[in-house]
Design a binder for this molecule. Structure first.
Ligand SMILES: Cc1cc2nc3c(=O)[nH]c(=O)nc-3n(C[C@H](O)[C@H](O)[C@H](O)COP(=O)(O)O)c2cc1C
Length: 167
């Protein structure tokens, strides 16, 4: 079975957006119709058989708009299978917090949804994209910079989704 899937993401510096596109490509390759859209531009979820939510962790929390999106579309989201991914530096740096903590934050941002799949992907921290203050904060906290996105791991996770999302 194939269906329509919306991947709604938030991205401040672009790395989550590219992960959302990569997940979308995998889902399309299994015959699904996929729309990858910035969360703030999504006004309705009508017509989708499944939703994937993706957003980064900043300062120990999921960016706030995830909770807002879930609140706004709660009735529709409760009635379709939902998968979600967080993006952060914690998978490669314990100084950025534990993966368990990041996963807890992802789940609480999705409340009251019961996602069929969740994960936390390593993201990208590019010092040239940061303000002076953020860059200094990262240096002081010994947070590593670089692009840590594992495209194989992202594609593998995406390939598990059609069964879980029932599309
Ligand atoms: C100011 C700042 C705070 C961050 N805080 C966290 C954090 O608490 N936990 C984490 O795992 N990653 C943290 N990160 C890393 C981001 O989640 C990572 O860079 C991610 O790839 C950003 O996604 P985006 O490019 O889509 O905005 C932080 C990055 C910045 C610049």
């Amino acid at each position: 079975m194939a269906g329509r899937i919306l991947i709604a993401y938030i991205s401040r510096k672009g790395s989550t957006a590219e992960i959302a596109q990569a997940v979308g490509k995998e889902l399309e390759s299994t015959g699904n119709t996929v729309e990858v859209a910035e969360m703030k531009k999504v006004s309705s979820l009508a017509g989708n058989n499944a939703i994937v939510i993706g957003a980064p962790l900043y300062m120990g929390r999921m960016v706030g708009d995830v909770g807002k999106f879930v609140g706004q579309h709660r009735e529709e989201l409760i009635n379709v299978p939902v998968a979600a991914f967080a993006v952060g530096i914690s998978p490669v740096s314990k100084e950025a917090g534990s993966v368990e903590y990041g996963m807890k934050k992802l789940h609480s941002s999705l409340t009251p949804l019961q996602p069929v799949a969740t994960t936390l992907f390593a993201g990208r921290l590019d010092p040239t994209q940061l303000s002076f203050v953020s860059r200094k904060m990262m240096e002081m906290a010994k947070i590593p910079s670089g692009d840590f996105r594992d495209w194989n791991a992202i594609a593998s996770w995406a390939r598990t989704l059609p069964t879980l999302l029932r599309v």
